[in-house]
Write a protein that binds this ligand. Structure first.
Ligand code: ADP
Ligand code: MG
Length: 318
């Protein structure tokens, strides 16, 4: 199908209820009306066929994930998502693939009231780039550079499920449906991120593995973290399928978790507010460590012995 037919297909399905979209798909650019006094938060992520998802992945899963990874970045900033744009590079203009992609993409967009307001459609290797835009109150954005010595380190949800599901998929044997769901349909922690605004001292979303991502917080904040490797949430489910060391490695280096890792000042008040915020959004949070003077993440087991992973987190060009 030709480019304009595909764009028309996308436009026809991208109807949305937002009145802050003055002009959406169809002109040379979109016209958007941000709320007065708010800061604009912008994030972009690309998914490449065979790199970020296995070749042949169902189109709807790719669509869901393309938006989810971007919403996860806004969540990590404590922002309220509003709009997005979509660049599609397609090897052939297969309308069925685009329809499937939109099924996943627009389902998640609808859940978060995000309007698709524009994009680009080209021929090339299968690749999807999404830009999301959202708002945050001035001064309330969650950044990587605010962690202080003595703060507590927390993570949302569970870690390692997506990586475990990928491992099972690669092995070609039995697969755990609950783990597979975490790989196929990550749930960006948007409500939790917003609840942590003004409470958490630093925040990052866990996409490349906890060790790597927490390492970014350490570097930006010029601190170290003592990580309690045996406190990580979600280990029980993984132990049904994997041995102890493999479980630990999946949890800290697996990637694709899309949970939030955040630091909270140690005072009872801040911790109570963070816990209340999490409870109100229905997401479990678990304390997994402490911010200390120094550099980088030091993992220790339940006996206080240093622990090192068999492999580091995911990194392109590594
Ligand atoms: P131009 O040549 O002016 O860049 P395009 O033909 O690329 O225009 O796009 C026409 C309209 O369709 C624009 O409003 C653009 O934002 C929108 N659009 C193109 N591709 C997509 C897409 N994949 N998703 C959403 N909107 C798209
Ligand atoms: Mg264009």
């Amino acid at each position: 199908m030709a480019e304009f037919g595909l764009i028309e297909r996308i436009r026809a399905r991208a109807a949305h209820p937002r009145d802050d979209v003055v002009l959406g798909i169809g002109d040379d650019a979109a016209l958007l009306q941000p709320p007065p006094g708010m800061q604009l938060v912008v994030a972009m992520d690309t998914l490449n066929d065979g790199v970020h998802f296995p070749h042949g992945t169902e189109a709807a899963r790719v669509g869901w994930k393309a938006l989810a990874v971007n919403l996860s970045d806004l969540a990590a900033m404590g922002a309220e998502p509003a709009w997005c744009t979509l660049s599609l590079s397609l090897p052939d203009g297969d309308p069925a693939w685009v329809d499937g992609f939109l099924d996943g993409f627009l389902a998640l967009a609808g859940e978060h009231r995000v309007a698709l307001v524009g994009g680009d459609t080209t021929r090339g290797p299968l690749s999807i780039s999404v830009t999301v835009l959202g708002f945050v109150d001035p001064g309330r954005a969650l950044r990587r550079d605010g962690a202080r010595v003595g703060d507590q380190v927390w993570v949302s949800g569970s870690l390692g499920a997506a990586a475990a599901a990928l491992e099972q998929w690669r092995a070609g044997g039995a697969r755990d449906a609950a783990l597979g769901e975490r790989l196929d349909r990550p749930r960006p922690r948007v409500a939790l991120g917003r609840a942590l605004g003004g409470v958490a001292s630093a925040c990052i979303d866990v996409s490349d593995g906890l060790l790597a991502d927490l390492g970014h917080v350490c570097a930006a904040s010029a601190v170290g973290v003592l990580l309690d490797i045996d406190a990580l949430p979600g280990a029980d489910r993984l132990r049904r399928w994997f041995g102890g060391e493999a479980v630990r490695t999946l949890q800290v280096a697996g990637g694709d978790d899309y949970e939030l890792c955040f630091t909270v000042p140690a005072g009872a008040d801040a911790i109570a507010r963070a816990a209340a915020g999490a409870a109100a959004t229905g997401v479990e949070v678990t304390r997994v460590g402490t911010v200390v003077a120094g550099q980088g993440v030091q993992a220790v087991d339940r006996d206080g012995r240093p622990w090192r992973p068999e492999r580091p987190g995911h990194e392109h060009f590594a």
